[in-house]
Design a protein around this ligand. Structure first.
Ligand code: ADP
Ligand code: ZN
Length: 347
């Protein structure tokens, strides 16, 4: 078991290890929680883990309730969010009670937003159950739901009081979901270099899983602590994401997020190499790590993606902040005018 302490506006711990979910009651007592706990979970995760967590809470004197929604991004709506709030009210939750997310990124985002807004904010505990949520979305305090007009358009920055990741949860995770997490993992590997890169180059195993998650969480912690609300350096976490968002839009989200990020990293690595900013040797190391992790996706002609880069124009203005790769462990923010995107990408 390992712990990473995040010094956000409200500090909290991320606890990672095999079997840690069995201690959830003890952790909540340590945090000073008492009374009611709403476990928000989805229809795949509920039958696997919700009763176990609820039993631990009862054993420690809490009063848990379980709210289960249909698994999938389609549920990350104002409607389901509203139903969670109504359920909290019906069950008589007060400001001193707790919301606990048990699931992947969809669950964490939506339960986190419910916790942020119910009675102007109640204690939020996040228990991620996917690799992607463990290494990425569970740290950083972003919560949200989607609108028909786009993803994550309604939300808040709201820090959890605790993130608890039981590495045993990975055992039931389907292969496609592991691969999706590895896509975001490759992003950390290229951002950080060093041991994270080494672990993924060798292929993640049950022996390296805990260390890998800790290193990714710690990398995100450092970046987020420096820039909690995404003014500057936090944008480094967007490595591969401009291209990823284009791929997701182009394929109407058939390509899942982490896989699209790996694609984006591949595009940025190739571009940096072609522009003479990334050495041949490091470029091939990045190609290798993608192949090892079953993420060596065939690239579309870049011309097909460029029009989608401008889609963010309304929000971002006339410039695009790209995360460019100068080396493994050496990524930089590069601003270009949106009108120059074509020329920049087609070297
Ligand atoms: P993410 O955004 O982290 O990829 P989602 O919330 O979209 O996560 O979850 C991805 C899918 O994996 C969902 O169908 C979810 O129900 C399922 N799932 C999440 N955790 C587990 C687990 N530990 N075992 C089996 N299935 C899981
Ligand atoms: Zn991402």
């Amino acid at each position: 078991m390992q712990t990473v302490k995040v010094n956000a506006s409200t500090p909290y711990e991320v606890v990672i290890g095999a079997g840690v979910s069995a201690k959830i009651g003890d952790y909540l007592i340590e945090l000073g929680c008492k009374g009611k706990v709403m476990i928000v979970t989805d229809s795949h995760v509920a039958p696997l883990y919700a009763e176990g967590v609820a039993d631990e809470l009862v054993y420690r004197g809490f009063e848990p309730s379980i709210y289960t929604f249909d698994a999938g991004e389609e549920s990350k709506t104002l409607k389901v969010y509203g139903e969670i709030l109504s359920f909290l009210a019906e069950e008589g939750f007060s400001r001193s009670d707790t919301v606990l997310a048990l699931g992947g990124g969809v669950t964490g985002d939506m339960a986190g937003f419910a916790a942020a807004t119910y009675m102007r904010g109640v204690t939020f505990i996040n228990m991620p159950t996917t690799l992607l949520a463990a290494i990425d979305s569970s740290v950083g305090g972003k919560t949200a739901v989607d609108l028909p007009q786009g993803k994550n358009l309604v939300g808040a920055f709201y820090q959890p009081s605790l993130v608890l990741f039981d590495t045993d949860f990975i055992k039931t995770l389907p292969y496609d979901e592991i691969r999706n997490g590895l896509g975001e993992g490759v992003k950390y590997a290229v951002l950080e270099g060093g041991r994270i890169f080494e672990i993924l180059s060798e292929g993640l195993t049950s022996e390296t899983l805990e260390e890998f998650i800790c290193l990714c969480v710690d990398a995100k912690r450092r970046i987020v602590e420096a820039d909690e609300k995404e003014g500057g350096t936090r944008k480094l976490l967007n490595l591969g994401h401009t291209v990823a968002h284009a791929v997701e839009t182009l394929t109407e989200f058939v390509v899942p997020h982490g896989v699209a990020v790996a694609y984006g990293v591949r595009v940025m690595a190739r571009l940096a190499n072609q522009r003479g900013e990334l050495s041949e040797e490091e470029f091939y190391k990045i190609e290798e790590i993608l192949l090892t992790n079953d993420l060596g996706l065939e690239l579309n002609p870049i011309e097909e993606l460029i029009p989608y880069f401008t889609a963010d124009k309304k929000r971002a203005g006339d410039t695009l902040t790209l995360v460019t790769i100068a080396g493994i462990g050496d990524c930089r923010l590069t601003e270009i005018a949106i009108e120059d995107a074509g020329a920049y990408f087609m070297v």
